[in-house]
Design a protein around this ligand. Structure first.
Ligand SMILES: Cc1cc2nc3c(=O)[nH]c(=O)nc-3n(C[C@H](O)[C@H](O)[C@H](O)COP(=O)(O)OP(=O)(O)OC[C@H]3O[C@@H](n4cnc5c(N)ncnc54)[C@H](O)[C@@H]3O)c2cc1C
Length: 592
């Protein structure tokens, strides 16, 4: 496998030249105080080093070894505890954390780049700090000051880790039917009893304590999602002076044997009257958990991108070296027995598809991160509301589209290697296995698509969609004439999405199955159109600079490829949506 190289040049291009994030920060006083271009540059450089030098080299061995479980104790693969300590000591777990409690206070546009690097280095490793950062977000937004002061500093410092305990054997998508119970105690605490499954980092040897956020039901809770509360349940109790006390009554019953992310411990967690503390209001646990959902879902989308980037880096190196057959237009490497496979049109198709999806995905995830930062830090209510609505609309697209393309891209990367992509040595098959989970956890991609169409597009009567379409149209109408080769097909794609959205808004009035029948393909039409906007923005930033650096010529060439070869996929997807729900219900359940 090629060494991982953090794509810092492209990250700088997206942050500085495409989106000019410094001027966004200047408008957000809370960020203007904590963030400046020099600090961000140093952060990106350092993150590039720690992820490529310290973590990426562990990825393959950790996959071979996996995690170990014995008598409730989980051990991570060789090298993980030491690497985690290095990562934590660098402050990386708290990179986006609240400075009041020791976090670095970086905006999401910056922590998003760090997330990409850590997940490219090792998706299984990256999950441990990611779950901790997610738990911190919920605690910071909803827990009492006392809980925040007791837990956040050690979690941001990476001394303690976090986990999110939602899923039960009979309740995954439908959390309204969970059975875990919470009994109130005289001292204001609760006892938590029940079994959670599939808990990432539920138990491990990386940190001295693990802070579980657990969804459970109070005795008098109403049925369904409105009867769920959120509790903080530490593995070890914390004494008044901050030292660790007795072991809480919870344990890891086993770990799963699974397709990928072998080095991430996926745990069955048993809570046997464990002491917990409520986070937020009784029966408002799902809302408290959803505070971090937009951040986490974008983070999972970035995991898809990260795996795809690693696969691309390997594939491009291999395609330049591997000699097979001659170019259709005559020999290119005349001194060699055959040409490198990068001369073949089909290999170029795969490599360019990978490059176009990855760079488009990096721009899109950064764009969504900018909306998250604006929604969190803007002091202007109108600006904040617009950003919140865009976050609501775009988060399911980011989660599902980036991870669906993550799988497609890693499969292309495997295919470039031919048979060598199927065997372990080169690492390409691991990336395919690892990235697959990103389409499933944190709400399956099918559920993301339902969220986009049902709650966000139809639920807002098309208003959230209109915000996005208006922004793209404004860009098109103010773009320089030299950009017409990009803005014309972009305008056609937005027209197509407008019509499809209007068609859907109309169709769902008469057929309740229409949302679910249309949702996945609609999300993909949306995703390709959003990437077209990103590619037009990138083309604008690169145009005229081709002579300065190969980077810009490569950017423009990739933009042309995206518009010529990938954007047209919207036409077949649109036709599928418009075929409606009818053909999905021609068979009875027994006729399958
Ligand atoms: C490796 C791994 C790590 C995980 N980490 C965590 C973790 O840290 N914490 C945690 O709490 N959970 C975790 N999970 C659980 C994960 O989030 C769930 O598996 C996921 O949400 C799906 O739930 P389920 O498996 O019960 O599938 P189900 O909910 O049973 O869904 C089965 C299928 O039905 C579809 N479906 C369900 N309902 C609908 C509907 N209304 N409309 C249309 N389609 C529907 C789904 O999209 C899916 O295709 C993890 C899972 C794995 C495998």
């Amino acid at each position: 496998m090629a060494d991982y190289k953090a794509p810092l040049r492209d990250m700088r291009f997206v942050l500085n030249e495409v989106f000019d994030v410094a001027s966004l920060w200047a408008q957000l006083p809370a960020l203007a105080e904590t963030v400046d271009a020099e600090t961000v540059e140093a952060i990106l450089e350092e993150a590039g080093k720690v992820t490529s030098q310290r973590i990426a080299p562990l990825n393959r061995g950790a996959d071979e070894e996996g995690c170990h479980w014995k008598d409730t104790v989980v051990t991570t693969p060789a090298g993980f505890p030491q690497a985690y300590q290095t990562y934590a000591e660098g402050g990386w777990v708290g990179v986006g954390g609240d400075p009041t409690y020791g976090g670095m206070g970086m905006p999401k546009v910056v922590s998003a780049q760090v997330e990409e690097m850590i997940n490219s280095a090792s998706l299984a490793f990256g999950l441990y700090p990611m779950l901790t950062a997610g738990a911190c977000l919920s605690i910071n937004a909803h827990a009492s000051d006392e809980l925040k002061q007791t837990y956040l500093p050690n979690m941001y410092a990476g001394v303690w880790a976090g986990s999110m305990c939602l899923t039960e054997a009979h309740a995954g998508t439908d959390l309204g039917i969970i059975r875990t119970k919470a009994e109130p105690q005289a001292d204001g605490s609760y006892t938590i009893s029940g079994t959670k499954i599939f808990i990432t980092g539920g138990e491990h040897d990386l940190t001295e304590n693990i802070i579980h956020l657990v969804l459970a039901k109070l005795p008098d809770a109403p049925a369904g999602p409105k009867g769920i509360s959120l509790f903080l349940v530490p593995k070890f109790m914390v004494n008044a002076d901050g030292s660790l006390g007795a072991r809480n009554t919870l344990s890891c019953g086993s770990i799963e044997h699974k397709m990928g992310i072998q080095a991430s411990a996926t745990c069955v967690m048993n809570f046997d009257g464990a002491v917990g503390y409520i986070v937020g209001e009784p029966n408002k646990g799902l809302a408290a958990m959803f505070t971090m959902m937009n951040y986490e879902r974008l983070g999972v989308g970035i995991q898809g991108l990260a795996s795809a980037e690693r696969s691309y880096q390997n594939a491009i190196e291999y395609a330049r070296d591997r000699l097979q057959s001659r170019s259709p237009t005559g020999p290119k490497a005349k001194d060699k027995v055959a040409d490198p496979i990068i001369v073949h049109p089909d290999v170029r198709r795969m490599l360019l598809t990978m490059k176009a999806f990855n760079e488009g995905g990096r721009a899109f995830s950064t764009y969504v991160a900018m909306q998250l930062d604006t929604a969190k830090f803007s002091e202007d209510a109108v600006t904040r509301k617009r950003a919140e609505d865009l976050v609501a609309l775009l988060t399911p697209v980011a989660k599902a589209f980036l991870t669906d393309l993550g799988l497609e891209t890693t499969v292309h990367g495997q295919q470039v290697f031919g048979g060598h992509g199927f065997i372990r040595e080169w690492g390409q098959e691991q990336l395919v296995r690892d990235v697959r989970i990103t389409q499933i956890y944190e709400g399956t991609n099918g559920i993301q698509a339902l969220d986009l169409v049902g709650r966000k597009v139809i639920g807002s009567g098309g208003a959230f969609y209109q915000l996005f379409a208006d922004e793209v149209r404004h860009f098109i109408s103010t773009a320089a004439p030299e950009l017409a080769e990009f803005t014309k097909p972009l305008a056609a794609a937005v027209d197509n999405l407008d019509k499809l959205t209007a068609w859907l808004l109309d169709r769902v009035k008469n057929d309740p199955n229409e949302i679910g029948a249309a949702s996945v393909e609609y999300l993909h039409v949306f995703g390709y159109t959003a990437y077209a906007y990103m590619w037009a923005l990138m083309a604008r930033a690169a145009l005229g600079k081709q002579g300065q650096e190969d980077f810009y010529a490569s950017k423009l060439g990739t933009a042309r490829f995206y518009f010529a070869r990938l954007l047209p996929r919207i036409h077949s997807l649109t036709a599928s949506v418009k075929a409606g729900s009818e053909s999905l219900f021609l068979l009875d359940a027994e006729q399958f």
